[in-house]
Design a protein around this ligand. Structure first.
Ligand code: UD1
Length: 342
């Protein structure tokens, strides 16, 4: 039996594929390389010694996706990472975001049902909690969103909820990620954003390694210990491993569950700057600037449900996250190559 991994050449998908292969699970990766490169597949091979089966496929292409399922009757279930995820871009291109993220997921659900593989782990985000009334955030907190990207996550969560009502054979685990950072300890895989990074850690790594002059700290007048925004950063390998537990859980029961994946610790932007400097010995110059529209003061998880339900908790600390991010960045200053070296 195999697990279909959509978006398996992306940041979280690739790290999850490695952990699954190393745990002896057969994976079938599909991706359209809209935000990733084929070189990732070679890197997975270099780490695991296994060349994962891969199909180039856009999940919005109904006929192409049906062929994937028809050709792989051993698909048992799916981890669905694929999706557009840039908040700012989603505000500019709402139709593209809704169309891509919703049509792909609807197609996928149809074929998972048709081919008897009704086990799904879905990549959601803490963004579905909007501006939380308090922290730490529990899974039963009210849901709301402030941008089209977040809305697509929320609408998909509703779709999956309704799917389970209509057909109780489905087994769905919705994972709500906090802020994934870090990289594989080999330095062979990491986050490879296109252009100037939007998220904090990739930006910090580029500053520390001389690719960008300084970090723009977006606001220091938030209600936090030092005035800068507080988030729950989680090592991508810890996050990846949670997917193995989620698949195991999906095999054991039916229904739908929503599970936060975070460490439960909140760190500010300046905490990150200092941790990065301490972990790497590199300087991260910064300037305090205006708030970024839509940002919130604090966002960190209550991760106790993940421990209770999946038996999972994060094991890597902030120093590990900074060191591994920096290792990746220094070995791959321009990210993955367009074509992998032979
Ligand atoms: C962002 C998205 C969120 C998405 C998540 C995925 C926004 C508004 N939110 O979350 O929907 O699910 O990424 O990883 O984009 N910061 C700086 N300077 C920078 C970049 C960030 O000071 O150059 C600060 C931010 O103001 C924030 C913190 O760093 O306080 C983290 O920012 P970021 O990495 O973008 O993550 P989120 O905003 O939490």
């Amino acid at each position: 039996m195999s697990i279909l991994v959509t978006g398996g050449t992306g940041f979280i998908g690739s790290h999850t594929a490695v952990e699954m292969i190393e745990a002896g699970t057969k994976v079938l990766i599909v991706d359209n390389f809209s935000n990733s490169k084929p070189a990732v597949l070679d890197r997975i091979f270099r780490i695991t010694g296994v060349k994962p089966e891969f199909v180039l496929c856009d999940l919005c292409d109904y006929d192409a996706l049906e062929i994937v399922f028809a050709n792989h009757p051993d698909i048992e279930g799916c981890i669905h990472f694929a999706g557009l995820k840039a908040v700012g871009e989603s505000v500019q291109k709402p139709v593209e975001y809704y169309r891509n993220n919703l049509v792909s997921t609807m197609n996928l659900c149809q074929f998972l049902a048709k081919y008897g593989a009704k086990k799904l782990v879905f990549s959601s985000s803490a963004t579905v909690y909007g501006k939380p009334a308090s922290v730490p955030i529990r899974e039963d907190f009210p849901l709301s969103c402030t941008n089209p990207y977040g809305e697509t996550k929320l609408v998909i969560e509703y779709l999956l909820r309704d799917l389970v009502v209509a057909d109780p054979e489905w087994s769905i685990v919705v994972l709500r990620y906090f802020n994934p950072i870090g990289a594989h300890k080999s330095g062979l895989m990491g986050e490879d954003p296109k252009g100037i990074p939007n998220n904090l850690l990739p930006y910090v790594s580029k500053v520390a390694n001389g690719k960008l002059p300084y970090l723009h700290v977006f606001g220091n007048d938030y209600h936090t210990h030092d005035g800068t925004g507080v988030r729950d950063y989680i090592h991508v390998v810890d996050l990846a491993r949670a997917h193995l537990d989620a698949i195991r859980y999906a095999r054991e029961r039916s229904g739908i569950d929503y599970i936060n994946l975070g460490t439960g610790c909140g760190y500010s932007v300046l905490d990150i700057v200092h941790a990065y400097e301490n972990a790497t010995g590199k300087k991260v110059p910064y300037r305090i600037e205006a708030r970024r529209p839509g940002d919130i003061d604090e966002c960190y998880a209550d991760p106790s449900k993940a421990l209770r339900v999946l038996g999972w908790k994060a094991e890597r600390n902030l120093e590990d996250m900074c060191r591994d991010s920096d290792h990746w960045q220094s070995l791959n200053p321009d990210g993955y190559p367009e074509k992998e070296e032979a």
